[in-house]
Design a protein around this ligand. Structure first.
Ligand code: HEM
Length: 331
């Protein structure tokens, strides 16, 4: 180390320089990319919920023209028009933010090399989502397109959250995670993603009330063979399976680092709320605010699992400890 690079003044100046270097390397205190990606993730989350409200209330065509609404920048103050208008406005803001995230990720590529790919994936998914959104509203409201729109929306949210996690200094230096836990968290997140798409299929196929009761279906354990009740039934069965995975993951996380356990600890509560909202969907005969809340909580649960997976891949692998909870005294 060349002495001449440091100002005269000895140890204090040297220590200050070292701390500044350390902060720059770890991104502490100045991480613009992380803050931007987090803000964009939150806005994308709000957009998903608002999109659910647009669909639930049938507000999609409340603004018959585009880009204006009823030929005006500020539309008439009617509830459905305002919902659709707010959805469009937020979509434009999210669009702009994603472009900025991609540019900032590219410019910070030396500091956060892993965050560049998810940021650009988010940008690509945005383009796909805009095309699918147009098809959903204007051309074909087929289940396939509705599900594809939901799939892209959730993947978009996931890539923004991944950008955020990968632009964050790894917490708790020294902590390790087991390979089994990483796999378990990944399977739980992917199966929740699958269940969300199944939910989209239920609502777009008009199977929301195909089982008019809950937890049984037409008073039976198994759905009637005709109609679309099997979709509703599969959704409930899927929720049960995902629920088991979530509980196992939350339990297993307690054997990993505290920062992983903290994220995982939120998921059983979200799961319970989601199951309750599923039942309220049926009891209120699909009240729009309840279907939007069901979609919102689904996205929140998925988001937590994405963060858990991201953080577990950010934590170094440790000596193989089992990801599954073990009886007391087994260590
Ligand atoms: C982890 C558990 C669950 C997740 C992640 C989940 C997710 C979803 C999603 C994403 C949708 C589509 C919403 C939309 O397109 O706007 C949906 C629809 C639906 N879900 Fe669930 N769900 C879960 C559990 C349940 C349970 C236990 C029930 C119990 C009855 C249920 C009942 C429904 C109904 C009735 C719909 C159709 C709503 C409509 O037609 O708009 N869900 N679900």
């Amino acid at each position: 180390m060349s002495r001449g690079r440091f100002p005269a003044g000895g140890g204090v100046a040297l220590a200050k320089h070292h701390v500044q270097n350390e902060m720059a390397t770890r991104g502490v205190g100045m991480n613009r990319l992380r803050r931007l990606a987090l803000l964009t993730s939150l806005a994308a989350y709000a957009l998903v919920v608002l999109g659910g409200l647009v669909r639930g209330t049938g507000a999609g065509l409340a603004c018959p023209d585009w880009p204006l609404c009823h030929g005006r920048i500020i539309p008439p103050l009617e509830p459905l028009v305002l919902i659709e208008w707010a959805h469009r406005l937020l979509a434009s803001i999210v669009g702009l933010l994603v472009v900025v995230v991609a540019v900032v990720a590219y410019r910070s590529r030396r500091q956060w090399p892993q965050a560049v790919l998810p940021a650009f994936i988010a940008l690509g998914l945005l383009v796909v989502q805009v095309v699918l959104g147009g098809l959903t509203v204007h051309l074909l409201l087929t289940p396939a397109i509705v599900v594809a729109h939901l799939a892209t929306g959730m993947a978009f949210l996931a890539s923004l959250l991944t950008t955020t996690v990968l632009a964050t200094p790894a917490a708790q230096p020294g902590g390790t995670v087991s390979a089994g836990f990483r796999t378990l968290a990944l399977i739980t997140a992917l199966s929740t993603y699958g269940l969300i798409l199944l939910g989209g299929l239920v609502s777009s196929s008009g199977a929301g009330l195909a089982c008019p009761d809950w937890p049984l279906c037409h008073g039976q354990l198994l759905p009637p063979p005709a109609g679309v009740a099997h979709l509703q039934f599969a959704h409930r069965l899927g929720a049960l399976t995902v629920g088991v995975f979530i509980l196992i993951t939350a339990l297993a996380s307690r054997r990993q680092t505290p920062h992983l356990a903290k994220v995982a600890a939120a998921t059983p509560g979200l799961l319970a709320g989601q199951i309750l909202l599923g039942a309220i969907n049926i009891w209120t005969r699909l009240a729009p605010v309840v279907t939007a809340a069901h979609l919102g909580l689904a996205a929140m649960l998925f988001a937590m699992l994405v963060v858990l997976v991201g953080r577990s891949f950010r934590t170094p692998l440790g000596a193989a400890t089992s990801a599954l909870p073990q009886p007391q005294g087994a260590r």
